[in-house]
Design a protein around this ligand. Structure first.
Ligand code: OOG
Ligand code: NI
Length: 477
């Protein structure tokens, strides 16, 4: 908690104690985790499995990612790293932005999922500074439904009417957001109310707000449209803890009663992890009631909610990302993973073969400018003959130390894999891709931070800082 002093009137110093956005975010992610474990018991099982595997991984010798934050306790390592919601209107998205800002989460990265045949586009609300990420990295992957992609005019209008007339945030949330914005923070006393009211927004509703027939029509247009439009609010659709060994958790899901998706999404297992690997258990079937016009209740089911795990590696430069995309496409052209898992082994092999073209040691990755690094001074002085500006030589002689910057964002193709496996396999209707970032930002009411610019900025600042210090040292000597 930090204290915040505000002058009110002439000589009166009034002390407002605001909770930090980091504390609010932590309280929120903890509350989400508890709620989701109750709502989706299989998710609780996944959390225990992740904790087991992480404990084991630490015993067997911490890998690169574990050593990066060796000070982290097992509990913290195994905590949720992200969750996902799907919204129906620009108004909902704009309000979500204001709610998440209070938790220190800001829109980073734009993902056009229509490129993968999914009628949404998305961003991730996440902490941005190193400190905030270290305190609690919880992110919310947030999608906005593209109603314009519904072909049937009448159905589109019906869907539009349904989402435009609902209020997903309570009046308490609205007034606390306004209060926080006008006074510059939330008092500790308001935090519990704020968190529990925001939590309610993302709760599961087993009563659909549409009748069975309309649900079926929405569902036929796309299952995701039914998921967004048929309910009173945007239920959290998954949470994702971090694992230190994603392959181990994936392999052990079955014995714990979960049905894993066929393959782990993203790059293959490597010595130097890159970007993001993720996998999930398939969405569970939940019972839903539909009320028809005469008031009669019909029982049915809806499948949308699942549990996911993730493991992160270095953030790639545009050049590294292009290589990653090319190698992934190459592997997928060779073996397209079938959703029943029957060619999972062949896919893994194709992926590994393809990625042999991606350097697998930090030095090579850095020299080829494939990934972003954070530079710092080691404390050693430069041996004679090493030029001040020669970064490679300064690193080789141990004057400058560098470490990979961890990727904090998402992967559209990977995300599409996760979406798809949880939508069933039959309906992968294709939509025409279009870059809609401007439209999305207008709805959001803010610009989205470009993730590449952000990593490049961190790298550049760290390097310039090192060089400035070295210059100063040299001029004193
Ligand atoms: C979001 C899927 C994206 C991820 O981890 O890539 C995502 C959704 O299913 O709504 O969470
Ligand atoms: Ni996810």
């Amino acid at each position: 908690m930090i204290s915040h002093f505000a002058y009110r009137g002439k000589n009166t110093l009034q002390r407002n104690v605001f909770a930090t956005s980091n504390d609010i975010r932590s309280a929120f992610s903890t509350a989400m985790s508890e709620m989701y474990r109750l709502e989706v018991p299989a998710y609780g099982t996944l959390m225990s499995l992740v904790a087991d595997v992480n404990r084991q991984a630490l015993v067997e010798g911490p890998g690169f990612l574990a050593t990066l934050d060796a000070a982290e306790s097992l509990d913290r390592i195994s905590q949720e790293r992200h969750g996902a919601i799907r919204l129906g209107t620009p108004r909902e998205l704009a309000m979500a932005r204001r709610v998440f800002a209070i938790m220190g989460m800001f829109p980073v990265g734009y993902y056009d999922l229509s490129e993968a045949g999914i009628p949404v586009h998305s961003t991730a609300f996440r902490p941005v500074s190193d400190l905030a990420l270290a305190i609690n990295p919880f992110r919310i992957f947030t999608s906005l439904l593209r109603l314009d992609l519904i072909e049937d005019e009448e159905l589109r209008q019906e869907a539009d009417r349904l989402v435009s007339t609902r209020d997903i945030f309570s009046s308490v949330v609205m007034s606390l957001v306004e209060k926080a914005e006008s006074q510059g923070g939330l008092e500790s006393g308001d935090v519990a109310i704020f968190v529990s009211e925001v939590l309610d927004t993302f709760r599961w509703h087993s009563e659909a707000s549409v009748d069975r027939e309309l649900y079926r029509r929405l569902h036929d247009a796309h299952r995701l449209i039914a998921d967004v439009v048929s309910f009173k609010g945007p239920h959290i659709n998954h949470l994702t803890p971090r694992t230190l060994d994603i392959d181990a958790v994936h392999g052990r899901m079955v014995e714990h009663g979960m049905i894993p998706k066929a393959v782990v999404e993203g790059p293959p297992r490597r010595n130097c992890p890159i970007l993001l690997r993720q996998t999930s258990f398939k969405a569970i079937e939940e019972s839903v009631s539909f009320r028809d016009a005469s008031g009669k209740v019909h029982h049915g089911s809806h499948t949308a909610r699942f549990g996911e795990i993730e493991q992160r590696g270095i953030a790639l430069t545009p050049k590294g990302r292009a290589l990653y995309d090319r190698l992934l496409t190459q592997a997928r052209l060779k073996v397209r993973p079938r959703t029943d898992g029957s060619n999972a082994q062949a896919y893994r092999e194709a992926l590994e073969t393809s990625f042999q073209a991606f350097p697998d040691n930090w030095d090579a990755i850095r020299k080829a400018r494939l990934g972003y690094f954070f530079y710092s001074l080691s404390g050693n002085t430069a041996p004679r003959g090493v030029a001040q500006g020669n970064i490679d030589a300064l690193i080789e002689s141990g004057v400058i130390h560098c470490e990979p910057i961890i990727y904090q964002d998402f992967l559209p193709i990977s995300a599409a894999g996760i979406f798809q496996s949880n939508l069933g396999d039959a309906d992968t209707q294709q939509f025409v891709a279009s870059p809609h970032q401007k439209v999305f930002e207008k709805a959001l009411g803010a610009r989205i931070l470009n993730e590449f610019d952000h990593y490049a900025g961190i790298e550049m600042a760290s390097l310039e800082h090192c060089l400035r210090l070295l210059e100063r040292k040299a001029s004193v000597a």
